[in-house]
Design a protein around this ligand. Structure first.
Ligand code: IVH
Length: 672
């Protein structure tokens, strides 16, 4: 039965509107109708096509919901091989690339186009008479999988181009299929709740999705596309930057962050800028791509092996890498905290080689089901401490066993326990050699007594040879000079230097001494708060639980910990010896507190201040009798907001805590 003209008209109208809305929503990110309205139009189209199957065309928006599953993807041969890029991680190699380009082009002027390197999956899209007809993966560069049905579900890939470019009947677009980080997280959360396998990162998730044989499932996954290459034989093209403009006109999503640069300096600047800004993008990039702009120059430069000589990938230090977890060992801290540590096959990540990474505690290991022998994902960004963030379960070999916390301390064999409500296990033996070493290291550390030359290796040696057993013994080393000189790796000079450093440490103010004692929960700023109140070691030992707890910023947990420390006979003996050695046991200058609007207030700092360092700001607050806290709670009086504030600002707004700009803060501190 022939379809009536009015139905054909209705069908064509629906189709055109849905194409338009896909473009507005997924390419321009400027939707003009509500989701529900879009769904209604799509449903009407699907119903029409169900009633009149002859209306359905390969470019119909109904393709977005996914067609029939395939058994196997057919293999297709790329007309022109999909090359890969040669990679580099350093500027020198980019300068070498630039020299090669310049020498090959002689004196000819040329330009570079700098682009983001999207961390996704490369695909090729073929268009014929404005219609998307075939999509394929890169495969080995020569042959890939035909995945047209899967790609049709990606709404930022036009099923039909918006305009027709004269003469360009056949063309190929290449680009990257990727997943945004927030979509990835949401998808993983849903999968976790449903008890399904989660993906490791957005790229794996995009790659895994494109491999699915059922396009209907692909349609439900949040994939995006960005185009970075155009090829056609039917008309002459002039430059890459012009091609990007054509692609945009045809309705393809093209990155807004592309920049043309006249020389390698501009390239290096672009790389630096994006290395710093990469977290501000909603998707992952793993570097930048630099391309010679002119297509005729590209042609003259040609290629070597499988990569073009006219382009290079200038990568960022990876923040994620996979490696083998050889073993899980336990590290014992100064208060007996047992931290499980991943012993890894060394791997280059975040700019350094990582062979150990924290596993936090037993719960963390259990939640991720991390087992020795596993292939794991290691993450390290910037100055962040490396961590194991995921396990590649597909690569798990048989015979691996889940981790369980041993019952005994690996250092001293004493019982270890996990107090109720805590995530950590503790070694109960305060004489455990590992704890002794860690306490002395902490004592000598820069922020504490700052004894140069008393680092990990030396402490280890002195403890194992029996020279020191607790930190008071450090001040007895003076009398052991002769013996020390004869030790392996030591000599007159190094012993002399160490003893001088030890002597010098006797001048550290009482606050530092208190911090150096290593009382659990007493960090630098808590030590300062306590000293402001108790003034001396005598005052500290004599302070009751109530008095301590009454100090602004000191709660029952800290007060309890301090009391427990000073009630211990052994600790009191050590303190007595430190006093005899001549350490500062009193806060010298009575810091006069100048009253201001911040006196007695609890203040939290977030973001970077432009006229003050964090320490200066803290000092100003403390000098006027205020207290600096590290996190925002309902007890916070003010949050000082600098440039690029963190999540503390959100918390403050949620809790209705008053926020101060830098100028307002300064005015308040100076106020009477
Ligand atoms: S151009 C001959 N541009 O990097 C040039 N590639 O190793 C071919 N990629 O397989 C690619 N962002 O998956 C180009 N802006 C970009 C890119 C990009 C990511 C990926 C692509 C390719 C690999 C090259």
């Amino acid at each position: 039965m022939a379809v009536s003209a009015s139905i054909v008209k209705r069908f064509e109208g629906l189709r055109a509107r849905l194409w338009e809305h896909d473009h507005r929503y997924y390419v321009l990110a400027q939707p003009t109708i509500a989701d529900a309205e879009y769904d209604r139009l799509m449903k009407e189209l699907l119903d029409l096509e169900a009633a009149h199957p002859e209306l359905a065309t390969p470019d119909s928006p109904s393709q977005r919901v996914g067609g029939q599953p395939t058994k196997e993807f057919p293999t297709v041969t790329h007309n022109v091989p999909m090359l890969s890029l040669s990679n580099t991680y350093n500027e020198d190699e980019v300068r070498d690339f630039d020299r090669r380009v310049r020498s090959a082009l002689g004196q000819e002027p040329f330009k570079y186009v700098c682009e983001l390197k999207f961390d996704g999956v490369a695909v090729s899209l073929r268009y014929s008479n404005g219609m998307f007809v075939r999509g394929a993966t890169r495969g080995d560069g020569t042959r890939g999988d035909e995945i047209t049905q899967n790609l049709k579900t990606i709404r930022s890939i036009p099923l039909r181009t918006r305009k027709k470019k004269k003469g360009m009947d056949e063309f190929e677009v290449r680009g990257e299929v990727y997943m945004r980080r927030d979509d990835f997280r949401r998808m993983n959360e849903t999968r976790e709740l449903a008890g399904e396998k989660t993906f490791i990162n957005p790229r794996n998730s995009a790659a895994g999705t494109l491999k699915l044989q059922d396009p209907k499932i692909v349609a439900g996954r949040p994939l995006n596309f960005v185009a970075y290459y155009l090829r056609t034989e039917s008309v002459g093209l002039s430059s890459h930057s012009e091609n990007l403009r054509i692609l945009r006109d045809l309705g393809f999503p093209v990155s807004e962050h592309t920049r043309v640069s006249k020389d390698v300096e501009g390239v290096a600047g672009y790389w630096k800028e994006w290395d710093e800004r990469r977290d501000s993008l909603p998707y992952d990039i793993d570097g930048v791509v630099v391309k010679v702009d002119s297509l005729s120059q590209q042609e003259r430069l040609g290629m070597i092996a499988k990569s073009p000589r006219w382009a290079i990938a200038f990568k960022f230090a990876a923040r994620q890498a996979m490696t083998t977890l050889h073993n899980i060992t336990l590290q014992v801290g100064r208060v007996g905290t047992i931290t499980p540590v991943a012993e890894l096959e060394p791997v280059f990540v975040g700019g350094t080689t990582v062979s150990r990474a924290t596993l936090h505690n037993e719960d963390y290991i259990k939640a991720l089901d991390i087992r020795p022998g596993d292939t794991v994902v290691v993450e390290k960004g910037g100055d962040v401490i490396p961590k194991v963030s995921a396990v590649v379960k597909e690569q798990r070999r048989s015979g691996t066993k889940p981790f369980s916390m041993p019952g005994k301390c690996p250092e001293c064999g004493s019982r270890i326990s996990r107090p109720e409500g805590e995530a950590n296990h503790y070694c109960e033996n305060s004489e455990c050699p590992a704890q002794i070493r860690a306490r002395i290291e902490h004592f000598a550390h820069r922020g504490a007594m700052d004894i140069e030359g008393l680092g990990e290796a030396i402490v280890d040696q002195l403890v194992s040879l029996g020279f020191v057993h607790n930190y008071a013994d450090v001040y007895g080393l003076q009398r052991k000079r002769e013996e020390l000189v004869t030790l392996e790796r030591w000599g007159e000079k190094s012993v002399e230097n160490l003893l001088l450093a030890i002597e010098g440490s006797k001048q550290r103010p009482f606050t530092r001494v208190l911090f150096a004692l290593g009382i659990r929960h007493v960090g630098t700023s808590v030590a300062q708060l306590i000293v402001n109140q108790v003034r001396s070691m005598e005052g500290l030992v004599g302070a009751s639980f109530e008095e301590l707890q009454g100090i602004q910023g000191v709660g029952p947990r800290i007060a309890e910990s301090v009391r427990r420390f000073v009630e211990d006979k052994h600790n009191l003996k050590v303190i007595e010896r430190l006093k005899k050695a001549g350490l500062q046991f009193e806060e010298k200058q009575r810091r006069s507190v100048r009253r201001s609007a911040l006196t007695g207030k609890t203040v939290v700092l977030t973001g970077t201040l432009s006229s003050l360092t964090r320490d200066q700001a803290r000092q100003m607050i403390e000098n006027s009798g205020g207290h600096v806290a590290s996190s925002v709670s309902s007890k916070t009086d003010y949050v000082v907001v600098g440039i690029d504030p963190g999540s503390k600002l959100n918390t403050a707004q949620k809790l209705g805590v008053q926020t101060l700009r830098e100028e307002e803060f300064i005015r308040l501190v100076q106020s009477k």
